[in-house]
Design a protein around this ligand. Structure first.
Ligand SMILES: *Cc1c(COP(=O)(O)O)cnc(C)c1O
Length: 430
């Protein structure tokens, strides 16, 4: 499998090179050159396959010759060692819980798969790779946890001081070993700007192989296809048309769902539910794509003003807005609406959601008003415990802290505080 750059000026590369580079030399996102659908019988007989078998069939063509089949199977087994339950909420509405992994966010799947691939690549490659990543919360923890102890890879995480939850901060500052956390005096946008500057800085890139672990990296993005199919497998009624509602920020998760659909997963519609950072809903309504600086909300993992993966979605639909609208419905919701949904889910259905999942639920409910003859799955992308400050006052109850979180809370924070790009650069060059 070869990957092309969506800017069209860089040479094509295989899975390994695309993953290690992160982004093409012409600054374009990598995209698979060909996508071959799986046989219809695979989806018709989906209940005969284990999750590991499903994942292997979905990802095999995208990995190509970069990783031998038996090793790829081991990577998948290691990645998917937790559950992906589909929980019935009300008639025709299900929550797909993606938070049963070690850092309790869906990003564990992509981060663990990517880290295991890098661990394999490093066996034949004596050069160290530095993963540089900016986080508004969940990415940092998942990447740190996924890459902990992977030989030949150093991970540097930048997060905005005082703007991630206590649990999130502990998850990314307490691991040590090959993981270094930088606490930046500034916003998430400042962290991201520093990362971008480092990628463009030839003083650094001439000496170090830098890569990203955000969803622009194909090794983190593509494994997110898996659980859309795991959800399908768990549905009792496979005849009724199926729609997925995905709480979206950078649009990597929903775009992975669309890739699963390309492979043959029967999906009638995707619903991109956003917070008030509504670049995509506005685009579908007006035809004008207008990125802007992000606004802070209670669903902070989706505070994105310029969604990095949207260009991949446009490419999947040949940059044709009308065709895109036939498969993508999008709506944005305010913090008040999100809180009301959290409360409703708890009081009426005894379901504890997080702010991101609640936005997915709202998007699904809104869509089902106009299309009544289908069943919908919304993605529950993080455990509510990661957003205690938001969720507890709304549901007026204490949330029980799960074991994997209790563990991290007792550990000592270790982070380097920085205020400028120069400080990051000095560290990278030392
Ligand atoms: C990252 C994240 C999202 C957004 O996912 P994208 O792939 O960026 O659209 C949604 N919910 C949670 C909890 C997240 O951490």
């Amino acid at each position: 499998m070869q990957y092309k750059s969506l800017n069209g000026k860089a040479k094509e590369v295989n899975f390994e090179d695309a993953a290690i580079k992160g982004i093409a030399e012409d600054k374009g996102l990598y995209f698979p050159k060909n996508i071959t659908p799986l046989p219809a019988s695979f989806f018709e007989n989906i209940n005969e396959f284990s999750n590991n078998e499903i994942a292997f069939k979905l990802i095999k063509q995208f990995v190509g010759d970069s990783i031998p089949k038996d090793i790829l199977k081991t990577i998948i087994e290691g990645t998917l060692s937790f559950d992906f339950p589909l929980v019935s909420i009300e008639p025709n509405i299900y929550a797909l819980e993606l938070y049963h992994g070690p850092t309790m966010a869906f990003k564990d799947v992509g981060a663990r798969f990517m880290a295991r691939c890098f661990s394999y690549f490093n066996k034949n490659n004596p050069n160290e790779v530095t993963v540089l990543v900016a986080t508004s919360g969940d990415t940092g923890g998942a990447v740190a946890n996924g890459f902990l102890g992977v030989k030949g890879v150093n991970v540097i995480i930048l997060y905005p001081k005082g703007k991630v939850s206590d649990i999130q901060e502990k998850q990314l500052t307490t691991l040590g070993q090959n993981i270094t956390a930088f606490e930046v005096n500034g916003t998430f946008d400042d962290c991201q700007a520093m990362v971008k500057e480092a990628f463009l800085d030839t003083d650094i890139t001439s000496k170090k192989q830098l890569t990203s672990a955000n969803s622009i990296n194909i090794a983190r993005w593509l494994p997110q296809m898996f659980y859309f199919v795991f959800a399908y497998k768990q549905l009792k009624d496979k005849e009724k048309p199926l729609v997925f509602a995905v709480p979206s920020g950078n649009f990597g998760n929903i775009c992975a769902g669309m890739m699963a659909q390309k492979l043959g997963l029967p999906v009638k519609m995707f619903i991109a539910a956003t917070n008030i950072n509504a670049v995509v809903p506005n685009y579908l309504e007006t035809g004008i794509y207008a990125p802007k600086p992000s606004t802070q909300t209670i669903a902070n993992a989706m505070d994105v003003g310029d969604p990095s993966n949207f260009i991949r979605i446009q490419h999947l639909f040949d940059d044709d807005l009308e065709r895109l609208k036939e498969m993508l419905y999008s709506e944005s919701f305010t913090d008040d609406e999100t809180r009301a949904a959290l409360k409703l889910l708890k009081e009426k259905f005894d379901y504890l959601a997080d702010p991101h999942g609640a936005i997915g639920y709202l998007g699904l409910k809104s869509y089902l008003k106009t299309d009544t003859n289908c069943q919908g799955v919304f993605l529950e992308t993080a455990h509510p415990v990661k957003f205690l400050d938001v969720v507890e006052p709304v549901i007026k109850e204490k949330i029980e802290i799960p074991e994997q979180i209790k563990d991290v809370l007792t550990k000592e924070k270790c982070a380097k505080e920085i205020s400028s790009y120069a400080e990051l650069k000095a560290y990278l060059l030392q």
